[in-house]
Design a protein around this ligand. Structure first.
Ligand code: ADP
Ligand code: MG
Length: 453
């Protein structure tokens, strides 16, 4: 393995161990410069990143590298920044400082428990209940009191950033308190799959099976990623049955209902649908406001209601984004040492929005849509006329038009040189359908929330 490959493999593992936001904040623009006498020298873009990696991620980085080559004993960091003009450097520094403050707000220093993978910060107490999550909350609460009896499995679904992980982890933390003798494990499906694949590689599959079949309370997050993964489905099915037969509790979350998970084996689908299914929808204004209130109290920073109201009004579909915007406002306020004016808050929200938009291109719209419907990107571009392709293609065209305002001929060109009238037809068909078809609205919202995360 050369040093690029080594770092890429280490990053893959690191990415699975921390949140996406954290990963992209701290590991972007890093690389291995050298590897000598068991010491790896890593290049980082600035001093904030250096400090952060040294203090917070040293062990994780070392472990990930060691898993790949055992000869590594230590890591060192060095700053290599692209040469920039003085002015740019100053504003970069300020931005980095805001980013650092924001990140501290986003990820307070709480360790997840090694046995259970539970993060104690997620509790029922800090979860705001409203019409959009009432049922999911009630079912979760009941499950944490009486595991294995009331709702089994409990399947919770809803779009990105609406509180699924928070709720699942709250169940785990509460169950741990209510039933300290029980073995509780929280794991994302991606991580489960990763462990499973490693177990096959390392010929330790028996150990893996044993580990998960001994659990009393299994919480699996983001099961939609099981789509199309045949071997993982097979293994998961057996784990599921083993636990279910012994009345062990299983909780699952997904970004969509079981039926909408493509390439899901029939027998797993019927297992997923066999218990209680509860959805979480985007919160209304009152709940968004209440969440902001709770979060400011947690972060110990007072902002007046007018500012919170403004944030609650402008960010409607995703609570993670809502919290992100709040963090940005608080970080700016801390940096300047004064409460920002409403005007300033508006500016912050606007630039947040612009930043989000700037990440979107036709290419990643196509990518996200193809992943969502589990079809190949090439199929969307080329001439296939199969219904399962035509429909996602129309959605792509519609989204590129709506989100990026590209011209019809440009979009046609992007899809293998199709005529602009084809694009017009696709866009107006989807818009029309959106007026009457609720599940299409839900699909488009899900795709958008993936795009913007
Ligand atoms: P998901 O897993 O559905 O993508 P998360 O559970 O990660 O979403 O939630 C995103 C962020 O929003 C987290 O910081 C979480 O604490 C917060 N959040 C979501 N719903 C609520 C709620 N009802 N009350 C308080 N905070 C919430
Ligand atoms: Mg989640």
């Amino acid at each position: 393995m050369n040093k690029e490959e080594l770092w890429q493999s280490a990053l893959t593992e690191i990415e699975l161990s921390i949140s996406k936001a954290n990963f992209s904040t701290w590991f972007r623009n890093t690389s291995i410069i050298s590897k000598k006498d068991g010491v790896v020298l890593l290049s980082v873009p600035n001093s904030f990143t250096k400090e952060w990696l040294e203090n917070k991620y040293n062990r994780l980085v070392l472990r990930s590298l060691r898993n790949l080559t055992s000869e590594i004993k230590d890591i060192k960091f060095t700053i290599i920044s692209q040469s920039q003009g003085v002015v740019e450097k100053v504003s970069l520094k300020k931005e980095a400082e805001v980013a650092r403050l924001e990140s501290q707000l986003n990820f307070p220093e709480v360790e997840t428990d090694k046995e259970t993978n539970l993060n104690p910060k997620y509790t029922f107490e800090s979860f705001v209940v409203g019409p959009s999550n009432e049922l999911a909350h009630a079912a979760s609460l009941a499950t944490s009191k009486d595991p294995g009896t009331v709702y089994n499995p409990l399947f919770i679904y809803g779009g990105v950033g609406l509180g699924k992980t928070h709720l699942l982890q709250s169940v785990g933390n509460a169950a741990l308190k209510n039933h300290p003798e029980k073995k509780i494990v929280y794991i994302s499906l991606e991580r489960f799959m990763y462990e499973f694949i490693n177990a096959i590689k390392n010929k330790s599959i028996e150990k893996f099976k044993d580990k998960y079949r001994k659990v009393d309370f299994l919480i699996i997050d983001d099961v939609q990623f099981i789509s199309g993964k045949e071997r993982t489905q097979e293994e998961f099915f057996h784990t599921f049955n083993a636990l279910f037969e012994k009345n062990k509790q299983i909780i699952l979350s997904s970004d969509r209902p079981p039926k909408a998970i493509s390439s899901l084996e029939e027998r797993l689908l019927s297992r997923f649908e066999g218990g209680m299914i509860a959805d979480i929808t985007p919160p209304d204004y009152e709940v968004r406001f209440a969440i902001l209130k709770t979060k400011t109290a947690e972060k110990k920073y007072d902002l007046d209601d007018q500012i919170l109201g403004l944030i609650a009004k402008s960010i409607t579909s995703n609570i993670r984004e809502l919290e992100g915007a709040l963090n940005r406002v608080i970080a700016t306020a801390r940096l300047t040492g004064s409460t920002p004016s409403l005007e300033k808050v508006k500016q912050i929200l606007d630039s947040n929005q612009k930043q989000l938009k700037s990440k979107i291109t036709p290419k990643n719209i196509i990518k996200v849509v193809s992943e969502f419907y589990d079809v190949k990107e090439e199929a969307l571009i080329n001439q296939s006329r199969k219904r399962e392709i035509v429909y996602p293609r129309q959605i792509c065209m519609y989204l590129i038009r709506e989100e990026l305002k590209n011209s019809f001929p440009f979009i046609g060109e992007r899809f293998g040189g199709r005529d602009h009238t084809t694009v017009i037809h696709a866009c107006s068909k989807i818009s029309k359908e959106l007026q009457t078809n609720d599940s299409l609205i839900e699909e488009i919202n899900l795709i958008k929330s993936r795009l913007y995360n």
